[in-house]
Design a protein around this ligand. Structure first.
Ligand SMILES: Nc1ncnc2c1ncn2[C@@H]1O[C@H](COP(=O)(O)OP(=O)(O)OP(=O)(O)O)[C@@H](O)[C@H]1O
Ligand SMILES: [Mg+2]
Length: 233
């Protein structure tokens, strides 16, 4: 990263209030020290962090000042868990982080492989780092599975488990699935909604379509209706 770019990242991610939150989380023992960036996404930056001398923690910092908060607002205002939310930038971003944290817990309770969520405060989410010896697992997009059929079946099973626990991921694709030792780990749950939310079905169809498209190109013969049936029946 060029030094100018680095400075820009530091400025947009580590504003004074985010630094305060990071200090609080560290003081409460969720991590000991930030290590370095894992990824810079559209709405967030992810860092690895040490705990008890090991790089086992991932910290997702939702940028408050450099995000498409209007799009985020549109996607969250219909969620009954966040009724009354006004289109204030900070509140929307905090709700977005909260929603990801809650959805990760729901997914975990459903038996789906997701990073263990440890804490959320304002725009900062602390979770388990998925990887080995501090090296984050790669996205499915960059690390195609050896056995596509088996991998796709595991993802569909996870989608079924989510569905039977009343939740839809809402942003599922090869970008939000990690390939960790040939097993899928679902990440990035901030779009996730409960089943009775008006657009839940639409999001489920989109998730199914993305999975269908990815595995079709890997030679796995599945059609979208069959996948939907496997998930919902
Ligand atoms: N718990 C984790 N363990 C390991 N790597 C992670 C973890 N969470 C996120 N990552 C990495 O960081 C990337 C971005 O995370 P995520 O998808 O949650 O954020 P995002 O803001 O949606 O980013 P993007 O815009 O790239 O989708 C992931 O693709 C993955 O490579
Ligand atoms: Mg993502």
């Amino acid at each position: 990263m060029q030094s100018k770019e680095k400075f820009k990242t530091a400025e947009t991610v580590f504003d004074a209030s985010t630094l305060r939150v990071l200090h609080k989380l560290r003081d409460r023992g969720y991590f000991d020290a930030l290590q370095g960036p894992i990824s810079v996404g559209k709405e967030s930056n992810i860092f690895s962090a040490f705990k008890d001398g090991k790089l086992t923690i991932a910290i997702k910092i939702y940028r408050v000042n450099n995000c498409d908060f209007r799009r985020m607002y549109l996607y969250i205002k219909g969620d009954p868990r966040f009724t009354g939310l006004q289109s204030h930038r900070r509140k929307v971003v905090f709700a977005w982080a909260q929603r990801e944290y809650r959805n990760l817990h729901l997914a975990r309770d459903a038996g789906v492989n997701v990073p263990m969520p440890h804490a959320v405060m304002e725009n900062v989410l602390v979770m388990e780092l998925v990887g080995k010896k501090g090296v984050a697992a790669q996205k499915l997009k960059d690390s195609p599975p050896e056995d596509s059929k088996d991998f796709s079946e595991k993802i569909i099973l996870f989608m079924r488990l989510l569905h039977s626990h009343g939740i839809v991921h809402g942003d599922l694709s090869e970008y939000n699935i990690l390939n960790f030792e040939e097993k899928p780990v679902l990440i990035d749950f901030s779009h996730g909604v409960k089943l009775h939310t008006p657009y839940a079905e639409e999001l489920l169809k989109r998730d199914v379509h993305n999975i269908y498209r990815y595995f079709k190109n890997k030679g796995v013969l599945l059609d979208e209706d069959t996948i939907i049936k496997k998930i919902t029946q």
